[in-house]
Ligand binder design. Sequence first.
Ligand SMILES: Cc1cc2nc3c(=O)[nH]c(=O)nc-3n(C[C@H](O)[C@H](O)[C@H](O)COP(=O)(O)O)c2cc1C
Length: 485
Amino acid sequence: MSVYDLRKHLEKLESIGQLKKLNGVPLKHVVGGITDRNAQKYGPTILFDNFEGYPEGFRVMVGSMCNADTMAAVLGLDGKFTKLGLADKLAGIVNTLGEKQKNFPYQVVEDGPIFENKLMDEDVDLYKIPVPEWHENDGGRYIGTGIFQVHKDPDTGWVNCGTYRVMQHDKNRVGNYISPGHHGNLIRQKYWDRGEPCPVAFVAGAHPLFYLLGSSDVPMGVDEYSWAGALTGEAVPVVELPKTGLPVPAEAEIVLEGFAYPDKKCLEGPFGEFTGYYGGGIREEYYVEITGMYFRNCPILLGSPPGPLPNDCSFQFSVMRSANIKAFLNRAGIPGVKDVWVPECSNGRSMIVTSITQKYAGHATQVAHMAAQCPPGALINKMSVVVDDDIDPSDMEQVIWAMTSRVEPNHDIDIVNDCWSNPLEPMIRNEDKAVGKLATSKAVIKATRPFERLGRDKKNLFPPVVKGSDALMDKVDTEYGEIWK
Ligand SMILES: Cc1cc2nc3c(=O)[nH]c(=O)nc-3n(C[C@H](O)[C@H](O)[C@H](O)COP(=O)(O)O)c2cc1C
């Protein structure tokens, strides 16, 4: 067993009290309802088993990273973290991965547990796997939520793993939506430009670290397997699939493979999306005919449906994106950056809050614009807020206090037009989508005290904050804390 075996990870979760097992829950909507509620409560990992009509042991796992304990376990980090502490730790790690990943290319092995069951060509039957219908208004069963999809660049051989939703159409076809600019889309187009079908592998159950990296901003040209290797210190053992030759983790739980064609499309959606809306509706999307299906004995589907916020994927999105933005600002040499938080309720994308220790006039504006436009922060970001270092950017009460007391709206809010967005964004009108008008505006908000009022101009000092001393408030908490328990 390598560190990438999901079953080893489940043992770890059990040992830290973060695994809950449930039996006999209806796949239609109820698994999804529990998943949504669990995410709202920052709950543990849940393993569902014994679905009606399926053999015992065919399981569905959700809640893989809805709190700091489960996410730290996925990352292989020991110890207790706050969410901001985890993002900060991860920011430090992210900046070492670029160098380290070169030492951890994936390792091809001959065989692995993923080949315990093989269904080829006409024997492929996706109905063998229990797949929840996550939300009441979804258009069908989505086998791909906590998934990642493998593509290989035909020019360079670069392997990309990306998380893109996958709808099950029938026994051997799945529909796929990959938004413009995403790596899977760019690679797929290269095959089609050559007049060739695009080979695809879908890994629908595996260690959640792959799902985390598949849904993160790993730079173009870098494969997520080598980032996983750099994170854990162990190269990822992969097998090459019989039909496409694509590499997938040897200890994966469920894998599908096939080819995508430019002229094979069918209706996809609606699907409860990460924005909290059904923004994409129903549209024609490419589908993939599955010609190879592989699963372990007693396989585990990894579910992580987007939907009402916070949802199953928003916590990991928030931590990872906050870490990536902070790592970017550090790499760029910007001084005084204390913390970055991308709130869960902003779907881990739409709002970025950065706290800084102001060093010079113009510093706050520089940081807010950079966070708003840097590669990990730019997509569908509607607001980038910069606050002083006395504000905890993960505490929305404090952030809103800063936004309402340290902002002069006609001066401190810049509106930037024509920014990178996505067709799922609910504010984009259908007629604009139809003509590819997908860019949106964003607000860059300086919610810091004016730099010139921090000390130089004694007459114009910003008013002092009303706040109990640490000694007083510690005493209150220790001696009177019972009142609020
Ligand atoms: C649960 C979940 C579902 C997602 N679904 C999609 C999707 O359907 N299409 C898409 O383009 N991105 C989707 N994403 C976002 C991408 O995974 C993410 O932007 C990632 O960085 C893309 O990887 P890439 O840069 O290698 O293309 C999803 C993310 C999560 C967590």
